[in-house]
Design a protein. Structure first.
Lengths: 787, 175
């Protein structure tokens, strides 16, 4: 048995937080004892922000910073795509005794970061690094600080930040991918694309057969329409009488018509079969992308623009469609035509064919450089076009603001400039086309003239008939189209492969939030929420939640208050597991949300967000979104509880009013009430109200407040609000500032504390008094009002 | 008649911006090399300087904050400070806003929607990948910023001053 070939060999990845073995050897040689290193991290700059390799580590005795170089040695490898072994050179090692350091911290700048050590209130810069290394340096800092504080290094629970290196060749690689686009070869993209056609193999065989037959007929046409016409009929070599000649001409004309008709019929059949299967393939692709997109987490959508995602579903699928419906058939037909025509040309006259073949390299060189120039010009035109589109979209979306500031003329000027640039780019493209194509045309014309000249001499010498020469010229002309096409089909394929890659990027993307294999369900959910030392950041080194702990008993209502950007909404998102915490955990009834079945968790959490989205459809459809089988009685009851019923009934189509894009315009408060009704009908055990009544007037807010008070019976409620009056029924209040809880207690307790909550309450009650609205604050607060 | 809008017209006295000048602000260096300042007689062991308009006006409207990021004041124009003070300010800003400067573009290869750059930063050869090229290239005057997939920034100080071959490589991707 032959030895099984190893697939995609690459050096083993070092253990998390450890250096590669080869580097350890070099560090040992340089005098660093690597036996007891606790945690390691790789940098890319020195303390002056000059590029070099930097290796940071620490053990019980100290912190070590080694500077040097890393290069990949090019050796003879069996597999050229195998990642080369790196070679390390250590130039300098800096050791700092662990007792000289109180703690480490990172600072983020525009394109770099800095590792700083603190000692007795002083800050000392240790090393700089590219901002892309920030996550790794934060892990190092955390491990060091925890070791210093508790004697045990806290290793990162999240995966090690990606090095963005291809597993095969070690070159740069897009984030989240194991292989660079080069190793993830186009052929594999092609192979995956062809898999979409797996169910249509008989039709594809039929299409190819028809195309080849069509090409054969096409190649045969000049033999009848030119050579036979001239040599067999018009030249009258057999000396036929006028009537017989006319008959022969008639037969020939009918033959030409028949052959052309056959060719057209074959084309129609091929197009019919292609058109029948292609929309189904495109449907499969679109469904696959859409389905994949539904699995992805919120973070994926935050990092991508809606337009770019829409492009993937619509435009990229269409790019693939047009390549396969237009490009592939043309490629097969043109390739077969070129082979057939060249063979016939050689059979007709090898001498003339040699002249033609000799001129071909010049034509190819011209087409190659022309292609380079045109690609650049097309791309520039596309970029300017995209800028015009972006500006139009920006302008349409911002019409209210434009009109409010009377900026129509300024906007017109801005648009004229951008549009003018686009016109200039298009003009340059058109002018270049108008210059280059005639030159190529002249060259081909020149070639035809040379062939005609040589051919004429051959006809005069009797080496060739007139009909053969003329049909030869027709064949020469027939080559132009396919050559033209073959010169830019590579671009077309590049565009299709580019689209396909984006499609597969979505299909292959791994959701950030995944359900564990052995995820559990609630037996009988009570609704206890426990938040332990929660830490979260949307971007490295910009923590939003910092070691936050909270407990909410089942059935209680917790109010969360704080300034904008304090992290209130993030807490709600983490409870609903729209994001995963970096450190710490959220437990519901004692079970970590990461161990729960996602559908089960979300079904039991009702989140009324400050970003209200109504789907295209009727109001009733929107209310019953979470419970499609809800009866109309339930829909009305939910709408009443959300104080939405009255305004809905005033609309001409009441519950059948179309909302969402292009539908009935509703105010912010009305939309918010529908959103509350949608959550009420879900009947969740845990209710999260994130600024749920922010867009309502005080009276409506009070009505909803009354409904929500009834609604909160038997469920755990977390209410986030700026307006403190919303939280007067809360059992507890937590004041959040900069990702931490700064005050916690009941409403009267917080008023008595005279801290941040008291300050905010006072400002708000004074503001409300000035517009003649009482705060409705419980009696305990009277003493403060008197002050 | 057109009314002149000043800071006072827009914001009340309580929100008035504290502008600092050489008369009430002196910069220095602490023993660990960080920039320190004395503003209105109060000493700050380390201050953080940030630009309000980093691209258009890198030497004007510089915000001074303490290490807890509380604003101390704003320098309207750094040029009014003595030369050695300006040098301190510029060194500090230079560190915070440092971007590796591209001197030559060796190649730009487009592969499946990603653009792979091989560039020279002085004598150092650097490779990086850019995802959405139209959004990752920012032009401001003669300078161009390139932002790679990790968020690292690279700068071409003067597009017209780099070799013409390099210009031709990048030019198709500029607006």
């Amino acid at each position: 048995m032959g030895k099984k070939k190893e697939k995609n060999p690459h050096p083993p990845k070092p253990e998390k937080g450890r250096f590669p073995k080869a580097l350890m050897v070099e560090l040992d040689k340089a005098g660093l004892d690597t036996k007891d290193l606790i945690f390691c991290c790789t940098g890319d700059m020195d303390n002056e922000a000059c590029y070099c390799s930097a290796w940071l580590s620490f053990d019980k005795k100290g912190l070590y910073i080694a500077l040097g170089e890393e290069e990949e040695i090019k050796t003879k490898r069996k597999n050229k795509r195998e990642r080369p072994e790196p070679k390390f050179t250590v130039n300098k090692i800096q050791s700092i005794p662990i007792d000289d350091i109180d703690s480490l911290e990172t600072e983020r700048y525009v394109s770099t970061g800095r590792l700083i050590m603190k000692k007795g209130g002083e800050q000392i810069s240790l090393i700089r690094f590219s901002v892309g290394k920030l996550a790794q340096f934060n892990n190092f800092t955390r491990a060091f600080n925890s070791f210093k504080d508790k004697g045990e290094a806290e290793l990162p629970s999240s995966p090690e930040p990606d090095e963005h290196k291809c597993k095969k060749c070690g070159k740069l690689c897009p984030p989240g991918k194991d292989f660079c686009p080069k190793c993830n070869k186009k052929s594999s993209t092609a192979l995956r694309l062809f898999k979409f056609f797996g169910g249509y193999i008989p039709q594809i065989i039929l299409i190819i057969a028809i195309m080849l037959a069509g090409s054969a007929v096409n190649v045969f046409i000049p033999q009848i329409s030119t050579r036979s016409l001239f040599d067999d009929v018009l030249a009258n070599p057999n000396g036929l009488a006028a009537a017989e000649l006319l008959k022969a001409l008639g037969v020939l004309v009918l033959s030409i018509f028949g052959v052309r008709l056959l060719n057209t019929l074959l084309t129609v059949i091929q197009q019919y079969v292609t058109a029948a299967i292609m929309p189904k393939v495109v449907y499969d692709i679109k469904v696959k992308i859409f389905n994949a997109m539904q699995r992805l987490s919120v973070n994926f959508y935050s990092s991508k623009q809606t337009g770019s995602l829409m492009e993937r579903v619509v435009r990229d699928a269409n790019n693939i469609y047009w390549f396969f419906i237009d490009g592939v058939p043309a490629l097969i037909i043109d390739t077969a035509t070129v082979i057939g025509v060249v063979a016939i040309m050689f059979a007709m006259s090898w001498k003339l064919s040699l002249i033609t073949i000799a001129a071909m390299p010049i034509l190819f060189v011209g087409l190659f450089f022309g292609d380079k120039v045109f690609r650049r010009l097309h791309h520039r035109s596309w970029l300017y076009g995209a800028r015009v589109s972006a500006m139009v979209s920006d302008n349409i979306n911002g019409q209210r603001v434009i009109k409010a500031f009377a900026k129509e003329d300024d906007e017109f000027e801005r648009f004229s400039k951008v549009s003018g640039d686009h016109t200039k780019a298009d003009l340059k493209l058109s002018l270049t086309e108008a210059t280059v194509f005639p030159i190529l045309e002249i060259f081909v014309m020149g070639l035809s003239t040379v062939v005609l000249g040589f051919g004429g001499v051959m006809v005069a010498r009797g080496e060739m008939t007139t009909g053969t020469l003329l049909s030869y010229i027709v064949y020469l002309e027939m080559l132009r189209g396919p050559f033209d096409f073959l010169s830019w089909i590579s671009n077309w394929w590049a565009r299709c492969a580019d689209s396909a890659q984006r499609v597969f990027e979505i299909c292959d993307a791994k959701p950030d939030i995944t359900e564990k294999e052995n995820a559990v369900s609630f037996d009988n959910l009570r609704g206890d929420i426990e938040i332990n030392e929660l830490e979260f950041e949307y971007e490295p080194a910009r923590p939003v939640i910092k070691k936050l702990s909270l407990n909410v008993k089942a059935g209680d209502m917790l109010g969360i208050v704080g300034k904008t950007g304090a992290g209130k909404t993030t807490i709600a998102n983490l409870i609903a597991r729209l994001y995963d915490a970096k450190e710490g955990n959220v437990k519901i009834d004692g079970i970590d949300v990461k161990d729960l079945k996602l559908a089960e968790l979300r079904r039991n959490i009702g989140l009324v967000s400050q970003d209200i989205y109504l789907f295209i459809g009727s109001i009733a459809d929107n209310i019953r979104y979470a419970k499609p089988d809800a009866t109309m009685d339930e829909v009305i009851a939910a709408a009443k509880a959300a104080s939405a019923h009255d305004f809905i009934m005033k609309l001409p189509d009441a519950y059948e009013t179309r909302v969402g894009a292009g539908g009935q315009k509703l105010s912010g408060g009305e939309r918010q009430r529908i959103s509350i009704a949608r959550t009420i009908i879900q009947n969740p055990k845990i209710l999260i109200l994130d600024e749920a009544t922010a867009a309502m007037d005080t009276e409506t807010e009070r009505n909803i407040q009354h409904s929500l008070t009834e609604l909160k019976e038997g469920r755990t409620t977390i209410a986030i609000a700026h307006r403190l009056s919303t939280l007067r029924d809360a059992d507890y209040l937590a004041v959040i500032e900069d990702g931490k809880i700064i005050e916690y207690g009941t409403f009267p307790e917080l008023i008595k504390q005279k801290g941040e909550f008291y300050k905010q309450y006072k400002i708000q009650s004074e503001a409300l008094k000035t517009i003649g609205i009482g705060t409705g604050i419980p009696a305990d607060s009277k003493e403060d009002e008197q002050e | 008649m057109k009314e002149n809008i000043t800071a006072n017209t827009i914001s009340p006295e309580s929100l008035k911006t504290e502008y600092v000048s050489p008369e009430n602000c002196v910069f220095g260096r602490n023993k660990n090399g960080f920039i320190s300042a004395t503003v209105n007689g109060k000493e700050y062991g380390r201050v953080i300087l940030t630009r309000a308009l980093p691209l258009a006006m890198p030497d004007d409207y510089i915000c001074i904050s303490d290490i807890d990021k509380n604003e101390i004041g704003i320098i309207e124009h750094t040029k009014v400070f003595p030369t050695e003070q300006q040098q301190l300010i510029n060194e500090e800003l230079g560190q915070r806003y440092y971007c590796p400067v591209i001197t030559k573009i060796e190649s730009i290869k487009e592969k499946m929607g990603h653009f792979y750059f091989d560039v020279m930063i002085g004598d150092f050869k650097k490779s990086f990948a850019v995802r959405d090229i139209s959004k990752s290239i920012r032009q401001h005057g003669d300078a161009i910023d390139l932002i790679d997939i990790d968020g690292n920034r690279f700068r071409i100080l003067d597009f017209e001053a780099i070799p013409s071959k390099s210009r031709r490589k990048l030019e198709p991707y500029l607006y």
